[in-house]
Design a protein around this ligand. Structure first.
Ligand code: ZN
Length: 387
């Protein structure tokens, strides 16, 4: 089947599914940019322009654009050389079946394209852009933004779609005081616009409404990372609070993948200075203390080791030296410290490279989720929440 025909067919199927379960969420766009000026263009469909609850007579047809800019605590709206006015709130409400708009501005490296409605308010001295969009379309956009390129397998995209949907629904109140549900940055989930990949749209459609719940039927927090290094980390070890479905386990599926191993060489002086500054100058003077930080190994993941009365946390070393993981062993090579590490990321929950390998070996998306998250089930969210 022709790629574009397949894409259009999937868009249509996805849109039809959504008619029955129209759950919309509010996503802040360009969260990291604090835009003061932006051009909004209609890419397809038609938009009605509502300014301070009054509809501007002329609709925005395909190809039409308006410029919005911050002006003395309000939004200045211009269309070409015509000034429409200055307002507190500006809304772009889709008036046809498939309404798509784009955002362009000096702050953006390239134009971004989104679906459905847009509401603009002022936040601080910049524009607050909020996309009101169907959850499933948002999920497909997130999967494309976060993982496209790391795999081409629909089963892997299904895992990401379920995880992304679960995360979103479990975090609907994360930004509620700021008048939206989630932001489009990694603080919530990266979302750079509408999904254009047929395989991701298909994966989203095939997992429509699916979410992961724990043994108490509560939505889980589906933590994931790039590679576990052969063993995942428990939430209790990393974050100091135990989560039953995020336990440490052996993960042979991650072994040998691209981010399975790493190494790093650091000057011994730099390494010792870290311990001197953090725990005291005994690490510079005392041979026993020095040995304890120059030779140490992790055959299995350990969150810390103890030297004298000091508890040394591997996650703090990871953060300070910007290491790929906290799963490393230490030895010396002349005047240098040699770190040999495994895995990439915090190690809690699902290993993406492990999941990709499981897909290759024929495991289903549900089996893979149940491998990385203990005692969970994949169910339709309509079974547990009343939205
Ligand atoms: Zn956020």
């Amino acid at each position: 089947m022709n790629k574009w025909y397949k894409f259009l067919l999937l868009i249509t199927i996805l849109s039809c599914c959504m008619v029955n379960y129209a759950i919309n969420i509010k996503v802040r766009l360009l969260s990291e940019y604090e835009p003061t000026s932006i051009v909004v263009s209609t890419i397809s469909g038609k938009y009605n322009l509502i300014c301070d609850n009054n509809r501007i007579a002329e609709s925005l047809e395909t190809g039409n654009a308006v410029q919005l800019s911050y002006y003395e605590g309000k939004i200045k709206v211009e269309r070409g050389i015509e000034l429409i006015g200055t307002f507190h709130e500006v809304e772009f409400i889709g008036a046809k079946y498939n309404n798509v708009f784009s955002l362009k501005g000096d702050i953006l490296p390239k134009e971004r394209v989104y679906e459905e409605n847009l509401k603009v308010n002022i936040i601080g001295k910049s524009l607050l852009l909020v996309n009101n969009i169907n959850l499933e379309k948002y999920v497909a956009g997130v999967v494309q933004s976060e993982v496209f390129g790391s795999s081409t397998d629909v089963e892997f995209f299904k895992i990401q779609a379920i995880a992304s949907r679960t995360y979103c629904l479990a975090n609907l109140n994360r930004h509620i005081r700021q008048r939206f549900n989630v932001c489009d940055a990694v603080h919530c989930q990266s979302y750079k616009g509408r999904c254009t990949q047929p395989d991701i749209l298909r994966a989203t459609y095939e997992t429509f409404n699916d979410v992961i719940v724990d043994s108490a039927n509560k939505l889980i927090s589906p933590a994931y990372h790039s590679n576990s290094g052969g063993m995942t980390e428990s939430a209790g070890n990393l974050w100091q609070y135990d989560i039953p479905y995020l336990q440490s386990k052996t993960d042979s599926f991650s072994i040998g993948a691209r981010n399975y191993e790493w190494d790093k060489i650091l000057p011994k002086r730099l390494w010792i200075d870290y311990f001197v500054q953090k725990y005291g100058d005994r690490y510079a003077r005392d041979g026993e203390y020095q040995q304890a930080i120059l030779n140490w190994s992790q055959p299995v993941r350990q969150s810390h080791w103890v030297v004298g009365g000091d508890t040394i946390l591997t996650k703090e070393i990871r953060s300070y030296f910007k290491l790929r993981s906290a799963f490393f062993s230490i030895s010396t090579q002349g005047d240098n410290v040699y770190l040999k590490g495994k895995g990439y990321g915090h190690g809690v929950g699902l290993s993406q490279e492990g999941a990709i390998e499981m897909v290759k070996q024929g495991y289903s998306c549900d089996e893979i989720l149940c491998f990385y998250f203990n005692n969970v089930r994949v169910i339709k969210y309509t079974e547990i929440i009343d939205l």
